[in-house]
Design a protein around this ligand. Structure first.
Ligand code: G16
Length: 551
């Protein structure tokens, strides 16, 4: 392996992927995300960055996922995955943005050389990168740009094909731990499906088979996962996939999927004739890393069971298992949420275990959850997982149970470590986890829903000229800029019974988000639209274009 950059080859390839001069890119909450048509240069440069990151980490395999998740079909994006299957280390996000914004090929070469110098990258080390993409039409073209970036640094590529985001994260960890005592699983898609289905079957053995579960695949890559896992479940859970039209133009995430369910708080119209009273269903998002559950109650009303409800269900189950295994004094279970968590869920959980609140974005939740022996993290939008620390896994393996009940609980906990994708939120793994808990609790959707009653809430998007003018602190619960706006929001909130509201710039869309909750639905709506009106006016929005619902 040469210890020099092949500047001539990088330059030649870079000229094939010029940066549009009028655009600036930012590595945000989930990597780069924007219209698929303007991402060519970004993908090329991400290929270079991923290769350099691998060299920096002594040839460990880095992951690259080409997806825009819940965004509309015309968007696309890319994010990097670090060797343990986690999001890219935060200090490298800035390097990603610097490389993506170098105006010319010579600026790019200079940026690469600077990165090699300041990050002390040994260029003689190998570079290995595994990449995958979701079902978006722009995916193949963008993967070709990525491959040029990998070739420019002579990285060893591995094509994972069309996969869900969580599978790509799984593969990264499985590849990097292969042959070690921490081996995460076989480094193949089959390995992933076998691991999840094997653990699921052990956990539900002897339990009654639940009614068939409708799975809304958002017309995305999750559809393939459902067809691959179904035969492996041996009839212990029957899945009825819907919205599986992955090649129908415009269908992805359109009036379906987890984001649609959460933001509209409605059943996707395409499921209306499929879901019967008291039957459960769930929605994945476009890359299958988010999960929303729902059911139709006896009065034929749609009832949503979001990430907060999943957290309450799962955390309660794990706390009980830890207690039943006799490990209560050894293992500390904690939960991590964001400001979007419904106030009722936070109250319910805080009465039972420690709760932390962090800014939006998986990386924040993941890192906070790592501080517990067992950390449960879920965003209200359905993105989340459970982390078992390495110490916890050793405790589970070495603890000697003194009663049969302890032995059973210990076994369940060990199987959960296999069922749960601990690298990132995973709709498929989380769905199986929910079904396990419901089976053990003998809960229907109604009983699960009754754990606590959600406070009515409303989420509103405000399109502003510059969303970066909105800056927050205190886990996004307080605005520090524009100056004075937080005071006005506080004055409004005080007028609503049970009122709470916060404002933050989105990391994945060009909007500012407003969240509000109150004791009554009409009041939550009114508060949200009033705050949205304040935001719009403060941001200098055109009065003639002011959305009429903003108050
Ligand atoms: C991404 C992040 C999530 C975040 C969501 C929305 O999800 O991984 O942590 O909650 O974006 O973020 P924002 O409100 O900043 O737009 P995904 O599923 O789109 O990758």
């Amino acid at each position: 392996m040469s210890s020099q950059l092949d500047v001539k080859e990088i330059s030649r390839l870079s000229e094939l992927h010029p940066k549009p001069s009028h655009l600036r890119y930012q590595y945000g909450t989930s990597g780069f995300r924007t219209l698929g048509t303007v991402l060519d240069s970004v993908l090329f440069r991400v290929g270079i960055l991923a290769s350099l990151r691998s060299k920096k980490l002594d040839g460990k395999t880095i992951g690259v996922m080409v997806t825009a998740s819940h965004n509309p079909e015309e968007d696309n994006g890319v994010k990097l995955v670090d060797p343990r299957g986690e999001m890219l280390e935060a200090s490298w996000e800035i390097h990603a943005s610097v490389l993506a914004n170098a105006s010319t090929t010579s600026d790019l070469i200079e940026a690469i050389e600077t990165l090699v110098r300041i990050a002390k990258i040994d260029l003689s080390k190998p570079a290995r990168v595994v990449y995958g993409r979701d079902t978006r039409p722009s995916g193949p073209f963008l993967v070709a740009s990525l491959r040029d970036g990998l070739a420019a640094i002579k990285a060893e590529p591995r094509d994972a094909g069309v996969v869900t985001t969580p599978i790509l994260h799984y593969l990264v960890r499985a590849i990097n731990t292969k042959g070690t005592k921490d081996a995460y699983g076989d480094d193949s898609e089959d390995g992933y499906f076998d691991k999840l289905s094997g653990a699921f079957k052990k956990l539900v053995a002897g339990k009654p088979t639940p009614p068939p579960l409708i799975v809304d695949c958002a017309n995305g890559v999750g559809a393939g996962s459902i067809s691959k896992i179904s035969p492996r479940l041996d009839g212990q859970l029957k899945l009825l996939p819907q919205n599986t039209a992955t090649s129908t133009p415009g269908a992805l995430n359109n009036a379906c999927g987890a984001d649609y369910v959460k933001t509209t708080q409605k059943l996707p119209p395409s499921l209306a004739n499929h879901l019967k009273a008291n039957q459960r269903g769930c929605s994945f998002d476009g890359d299958a890393d988010r999960l929303m559950y729902f059911y139709i109650d006896e009065r034929n009303q749609f009832r949503m069971l979001d990430g907060d409800k999943i957290a309450a269900l799962v955390a309660g189950f794990i706390v009980d298992l830890v207690k039943n295994a006799g490990l209560e004094s050894e293992l500390k279970v904690g939960i991590v949420q964001t400001a979007y968590a419904n106030g009722s869920s936070t109250k319910y959980l805080a009465e039972r275990l420690p709760v932390r609140c962090v800014p939006t974005g998986v990386k924040h939740l993941h890192h906070a959850a790592e501080r517990f022996d067992i950390g449960v993290y879920f965003e209200a939008n359905g993105h989340g997982t459970v982390l078992f620390s390495s110490g916890t896994q050793e405790t589970l393996a070495s603890h000697e149970p003194t009663t049969p009940a302890q032995s059973t609980a210990l076994n369940h906990l060990s199987n959960l470590t296999q069922l749960i994708n601990q690298t990132v939120g995973d709709a498929l793994s989380d769905m199986l986890l929910v079904e396990v808990v419901l089976a053990h609790r003998s809960y229907s959707g109604f009983e699960w829903d009754s754990l606590y009653v959600d406070l009515p809430n409303r989420l509103v998007k405000v399109v502003v000229e510059d969303r970066h003018a909105f800056q927050t602190e205190d886990a996004e619960r307080q605005l520090v800029s524009p100056k004075g706006l937080q005071g006005k929001i506080d004055d409004l909130v005080r007028r609503y019974d049970g009122g709470r509201s916060f404002v933050r710039p989105s990391g994945t869309e060009d909007v500012v988000r407003v969240y509000a909750e109150a004791a009554i639905k009409s009041q939550a709506d009114e508060l949200a639209f009033r705050v949205a009106g304040l935001v719009y006016d403060e941001a200098g929005g055109d009065p003639s274009a002011r959305p009429k619902e903003f108050l």
